[in-house]
Design a protein around this ligand. Sequence first.
Ligand code: PLP
Length: 455
Amino acid sequence: MSQPVKYLLDESRMPKYWYNLVADLPKPPPPVLHPGTQKPIGPDDLAPLFPMALIQQEVSTEREIEIPEPVREIYRQWRPSPLYRARRLEQALGTPARIYYKNESISPAGSHKPNTAVAQAFYNKEAGVKRLTTETGAGQWGSSLAFAGVLFGLDVQVFMVRVSYHQKPYRRALMESWGARCVASPSEETASGRAILAQRPDHPGSLGIAISEAVEVAAQRDDTKYSLGSVLSHVLLHQTVVGQEAMLQLEMADDYPDVVVGCTGGGSNFAGIAFPFLGAQLRGGRSVRIVAVEPAACPTLTRGPYAYDFGDTAHLTPLVKMYTLGSTFTPPGFHAGGLRYHGMAPLVSHVKELGLIEARAYHQTACFDAGVLFARTEGILPAPEANHAIKGAIDEALRCKEEGVSQAILFNMCGHGHFDMPAYIDYFAGKLTDQEYDQAELAMALSGLPSVTEV
Ligand SMILES: *Cc1c(COP(=O)(O)O)cnc(C)c1O
């Protein structure tokens, strides 16, 4: 009898609700604070940047939030996404573990990000917004929002981290194909960008700087709002379709994960696959080990303190409590651009602080070794970000082999690497190096954390 490698969910079983972990937490996450007053902010404080429907989701404590039909209609183009059993990878590793992965690379933009881009574009359109601004690291988020924007007739302006802008011209072309305008950040188009360029004209950029630029433009114009591809609770919420589907697909496989693994940049694809399982555990279901994998060159969860900080470099955002390397920290220019953020989603940080998840950090060459083994066994060439999750899953599978235990490991294959070929070219040429972050720069960035008296 042939053994199944793919679990396809019928369209009729695609989730009708997003799952909100906050409803099941033993302790609510700390409030978001106004940087001036240091008092908790209210919905009105966010109104210049986001439509009210998304602000309500940001602060919601409801367990289930209905997915609007127009969003589901677009989701159906590639959802439910397949769940695979990685049998050839298991064989190559000689592990008794059962490895499963959710393939989010099959969306039009090639990653999990359209799950939230489509939802955000929908709510902005409903609120009468004409234009969205955003930042992008590797270009996956910018292209996802460009895709969603064009479906709803919204103009999209993307500030792209300068080093990626030059490393990834094809992502830029993809954004332009979907009608968006893409600008290298730091740029001359905003006061925040000009201030940075005045200090260092060759600044490689960072997500923190690009966020400042996008927020600045959105705050100045009534018809323009800002859209964020990760970090915020409503973004994590939209990604929970991934974990909910995986749960149903594992039911088809008559299995349940012992370990769930995801890579973490801002925390959204990780939360998307992990939170539905964590919620089930918190409601009395089976317990799962949940492992967040981050780059050793930007080790937010494993090296940063849990502290109030700004989400951006120019300090235009509210203060959120999170694991952070300091808002002025510029990580070295390694290839997983989507993981180069100084902070971590407040909700992911909160569950880490509560001891509900684990975190570990890997250098990039070890992650590329893992990604290439995955390509040579499973056939899919992963994004450099996804290589971190694969490395985490492989290490868990090797642990099972060592301990002689057969556990089920689930990870999120959050994107393909077809636009990241320069990174693979460097890897095969032996030119990929493991970069260390600058200790002095980290110390300086941390010394600049805002002082907040918590009540
Ligand atoms: C953006 C991106 C990430 C990092 O963002 P998260 O919010 O942490 O998921 C990871 N993988 C891929 C493929 C991405 O596009």
